[in-house]
Design a protein around this ligand. Structure first.
Ligand code: BDR
Ligand code: CA
Length: 315
């Protein structure tokens, strides 16, 4: 199995992504690092330990940077609640926080693995940007970064910017220009990664403590999504498991279709700050640095998630 680092900001959909990763034999999760994003670093680091511990894993969890390179902190209380997990309290985590910082721990993990490490990133890119600046030698020891973030179709924070990129566009810029291959699960594909009422019913029917917890988390997440839905169709597709896409791709890339494109990050624009500028139509001569996902086999994606909840219930 492949050595994996998950850099995340849990976050309800981050927790679902972590859950999937823990259940897959293809992935050997060696380290979890946390970003300030959906909530403050203090909270996301706690939540990462809480879910790791709840699923009886002993993986190292290292705390990341307190906030973005330049811009001010921005949280997503409306979507994930003030504790980042919809107000649901997990048992006190047994897993201790690592004595290393996220950047030290990522560096160590990447350099000591003989094989290349896969990074799954489901939050802002602050830690990864800092890692690549501090230790550029890690670049050729990373197979690729499976990143949930960005959008070509339109944003969810501003008309064009998606939350994870908008939260730290300068860090995203460093990462996207680093030369490390990137697979981007942006809103183009993650808006297709939704659960409908029937899918939630199937999760309920698993009937374990974990499946009940998942349904509770999804319930909170759904309420927030309904409030921000822009029409009836959007309303019906409201439980979007954005971050799960970044893990699902690493498990089974054939569930997705994408295009190789040049993608740049807008860090300045008055209206467009934090936008991923995706050169779908090849209007620039620049090398294609990102595999941009846009299509998903939703049925199989949902099945993968349901299987993961069943497997994780036995961990
Ligand atoms: C992203 O923003 C966060 O709220 C989610 O966890 C996801 O990573 C979606 O735009
Ligand atoms: Ca996230």
């Amino acid at each position: 199995s492949i050595p994996v680092i998950i850099d995340c900001d849990p976050g309800i959909d981050d927790v679902m992504a972590i859950l999937l990763a823990f259940t897959r034999p293809e992935l050997d999760v060696r380290l979890i690092t946390t970003e300030a994003g959906n909530q403050a670093q203090e909270i996301t680091a706690y939540n990462a330990r809480a879910i790791t511990s709840y699923l009886n894993q002993t993986i190292e969890v290292a705390r990341g940077l307190e906030g973005p390179f330049i811009r001010e902190l921005l949280f997503a209380d409306n979507v994930h609640g003030t504790n980042g997990l919809g107000g649901i309290n997990f048992p006190e985590p047994q897993v201790e926080e690592s004595s290393l910082t996220a950047i030290q721990a990522m560096y160590k993990t990447i350099m000591e693995n003989e094989e290349e490490t896969l990074i799954i990133a489901t939050g802002p890119l602050t830690n990864i940007g800092a890692l690549l600046l501090a230790h550029p030698e890690v670049k050729n020891k990373i197979s690729y970064i499976s990143f949930m973030g960005g959008a070509a179709v339109g944003g969810n924070v501003t008309p064009t910017a998606e939350f994870n990129v908008y939260s730290d566009p300068h860090a995203a810029d460093i990462v996207f220009r680093s030369g490390v291959p990137i697979v981007m699960s942006g809103l183009d594909v993650t808006h297709k990664a939704f659960l409908n009422e029937n899918d939630v019913k199937r999760i309920e029917e698993i009937g374990t403590d974990l499946s009940k917890l998942v349904v509770e988390l999804l319930d909170f997440y759904k309420k927030a999504a309904i409030e921000t839905a822009f029409d009836e169709v959007d309303h019906a597709k409201n439980i979007r498991l954005h971050d799960l896409c970044a893990v699902a791709y690493t498990v089974n890339p054939t569930l997705f279709i994408g295009d190789n494109c040049y993608v740049a990050i807008e860090t300045q624009g008055e209206l467009t700050k934090g936008t991923t500028v995706v050169d779908y139509k090849q209007r620039t001569p620049f090398p294609k640095n990102v595999h941009v996902l846009h299509t998903l086999d939703r049925e199989q994606f949902v099945q993968l998630f349901i299987d993961a909840i069943e497997t994780a219930s036995k961990l």
